[in-house]
Design a protein around this ligand. Structure first.
Ligand code: ZN
Length: 267
């Protein structure tokens, strides 16, 4: 809507009609829509270069010590907003990092994204122990490897019955190896696995776990026997670690015993 306005003082009547139609609102709601658009533009101005993540940081309360109501923000004039931007510029980096967190929170709600933050899996109390930088880092998302990470390691012994060059990525598959899903030798099934169908959930004393989640209420997250995703992590030689965050992986070989080929550190 703002782009369609393209500098015009008032939003083009045709665009307002178009939005009313799309919202299936009667013409009687025209004034209400115009008011919302004006408020939306005000929010965009207030957020300025910080982006809409800033909205999550505004403590909407008319009570002390903030005295900030939604109405108060709507009534801000250009000079007020400029003065605000000058004030926050002094803490630019700090506010920027908080705004990034705000944007991610909005993505979780508006784009239905599953984001895990560092503070969810870290021991963050007592807060007094941490520097400002530490505290901000707790608000950053946990990074997960989207692909397995392999780096050759000195002393990584060639697995028994390994028939190819060594060292090499132990998840490598020969060109004539067929896909379990489509039986083709060259395919892209791995890219078409379900996405965004699970959430990382805290299950109290049991710790963290995965919960299947459909895209709509009452919908189906996974069909029976469906692959739920690709397990990824860092590949390391067998017996490197002995804790709950690694998995032993075995590689099927046509006529011989499975090969214990590598461990996967879960990311
Ligand atoms: Zn396939």
């Amino acid at each position: 809507m703002n782009e369609a306005r393209a500098g015009a003082i008032r939003t083009n009547k045709r665009h307002i009609d178009d939005v009313l139609n799309r919202l299936q609102w009667q013409q009687t709601k025209r004034k209400a829509l115009e008011m919302r658009l004006a408020n939306g533009r005000k929010w965009l101005k207030i957020c300025g270069e910080f982006g809409l993540g800033l909205l999550c940081l505004i403590p909407f309360t008319p009570e002390e010590p903030c005295y900030i109501s939604q109405d108060f923000c709507h009534k801000l004039v250009e000079d007020d907003i400029d003065a605000f931007h000058v004030l926050v510029e002094e803490k630019r980096q700090f506010i920027d990092r908080l705004c990034k967190f705000g944007t991610l929170m909005q993505d979780m709600l508006l784009k239905d994204q599953n984001i895990e933050f560092q503070c969810e899996s870290s021991q963050v109390s007592p807060l007094i122990r941490y520097t400002e930088d530490d505290l901000l880092s707790f608000l950053e998302p946990v990074q997960h490897l989207e692909m397995n990470f392999y780096e050759p390691v000195d002393g990584w012994l060639k697995p028994r019955n390994w028939q190819w060059d060594w060292p090499m990525d132990p998840t490598w598959t020969p060109p004539d190896y067929t896909c379990d899903l489509c039986q083709a030798t060259q395919c892209d099934c791995i890219s078409n696995l379900p996405k965004n169908c699970y959430r990382i959930i805290q299950y109290g004393a049991k710790g963290r776990g995965i919960q299947a989640r459909a895209s709509s209420q009452g919908g189906l997250a996974f069909r029976k026997n469906e692959y739920i995703g690709e397990l990824t992590g860092e590949l390391v030689p067998p017996e490197t670690y002995n804790n709950g965050m690694v998995l032993d992986f075995y590689r099927p070989v046509a006529s011989l015993l499975d090969l214990k080929a590598f461990m996967l550190i879960l990311s």
